[in-house]
Design a protein around this ligand. Structure first.
Ligand code: NDP
Length: 333
């Protein structure tokens, strides 16, 4: 088997040298365990934080050990009657082609219930739940709201915009980093307006796209985007602080937002959240989003990179904006 290890810790932008591909004998499952042949694995922005040796809501990746993260695979050997050979499972041991884990730590899924297996890492998985919880519970979205979402063509952002439309938003605006992504948001995902944040200041482009202001901002980016949103938010506006990807590879403190004091007079609510603490919403999420998926009302865009060895490059590409929708790595058929 093969696994990818953290070879060294980056300062600023990571490089391929921070990762190492290692060959090992394939392990045997112990009592109550299963051996999984991984088919897909996820790369996610939060993994950048785990490459640093700092305390956070998830512990850092240890040096010299395999990285981990969301994965889907098929059980090929089992010492657990509840998770038999042939079952398709979602679990937390990505970054390797075979994984041994306790049967209690995997979730059996129905591969036929989604358009692609990898949708269980995106629309029907962690990033979809993040969008659902962040928009509905954290930002307290209400029908008739005008919603702005940054990172809108990514895994979380693309689902936020679609849910807002399906739940009756007045207007949904997205920002993304290329003309192609902007076109995709409006033409394929039903956004009312979108702009490329690299073209002109976010503040100006947001004002033009939302002349009557916004009620909800779903923040995936932080910095200049958050400052622009605070400027455009209407009285009693709400912000879901989901991520701050513009800062993950920076080595100095961000300059923006400089206008936080506006939150007082506008009586804004800015609330952070970690999806891992909202698992109790999984049943409603699966029912509602799964229903939209079956009805063809929501789409699950993804960018698929082939081969475990290319996972580090895919992870770096994710932070450079090379993905549209969920970035996943196909490890085997
Ligand atoms: P995405 O699929 O959105 O991929 C990351 C995207 O970020 C890239 O495609 C790129 O798109 C964009 N990006 C990179 N650098 C910048 C920058 N400087 N300014 C603006 N955009 C940038 O990732 P996810 O959907 O998985 O994650 C989105 C956000 O949500 C991240 O901040 C992540 O950390 C956060 N998150 C938080 C969770 C929680 O529990 N709070 C759970 C899951 C995710 P572009 O081409 O548009 O620049």
């Amino acid at each position: 088997m093969q696994e990818i290890r953290l070879a060294s810790r980056p300062s600023g932008w990571p490089t391929a040298d921070n990762f190492e591909l290692v060959e090992l004998p394939t392990p045997e499952p112990g009592e109550g365990q299963v051996l999984i042949r991984n088919q897909f694995m996820s790369v996610d922005p939060y993994m950048r934080g785990r490459m640093n040796d700092v305390k956070s809501y998830v512990p850092p990746f240890p040096l010299g050990a395999a990285l981990d993260g969301g994965a889907i695979g098929q059980v090929v050997a089992s010492n657990s009657p509840g998770v038999p050979v042939g079952a398709t499972v979602v679990h937390g041991l990505g970054w390797r082609d075979f994984a041994v884990t306790d049967a209690a730590k995997v979730r059996v899924i129905d591969p036929a219930a989604a358009p692609t297996l990898s949708a269980y890492l995106g629309l029907l998985g962690m990033t979809g739940l993040t969008a659902y919880v962040g928009l509905l519970d954290i930002a307290q979205f209400r029908e008739g709201d005008t919603v702005f979402v940054s990172g809108a063509a990514g895994a979380v952002g693309s689902v936020v915009g679609q849910i807002a439309k399906l739940r009756g938003a007045k207007r949904v605006i997205g920002s993304a980093g290329s003309a192609g992504k902007v076109g995709h948001l409006v033409d394929d995902l039903g956004f009312d307006a979108a702009f490329n944040y690299k073209d002109a200041p976010v503040r100006e482009q947001l004002r033009a796209a939302a002349p009557d202001g916004i009620d909800v901002y779903f923040d995936n980016v932080g910095g200049e985007h958050l400052e622009a949103a605070i400027g455009s938010l209407n009285k009693f506006g709400r912000v879901a602080l989901c991520g701050a990807i513009s800062q993950y590879n920076e080595t100095s403190a961000p300059a923006a937002p400089r206008n936080l004091a506006l939150a007082i007079g506008k009586e804004l609510t800015l609330r952070g959240f970690i999806v891992g603490n909202h698992g109790k919403r999984m049943p409603e999420f699966v029912e509602e989003v799964g229903g939209w998926l079956r009805a063809g009302q929501i789409s699950a865009p993804e960018t698929v990179v082939e081969g475990l060895a290319n996972a580090p490059e895919a992870f770096l590409g994710l932070m450079r904006g090379e993905n549209t929708g969920k970035m996943v790595i196909k490890i085997s058929e």
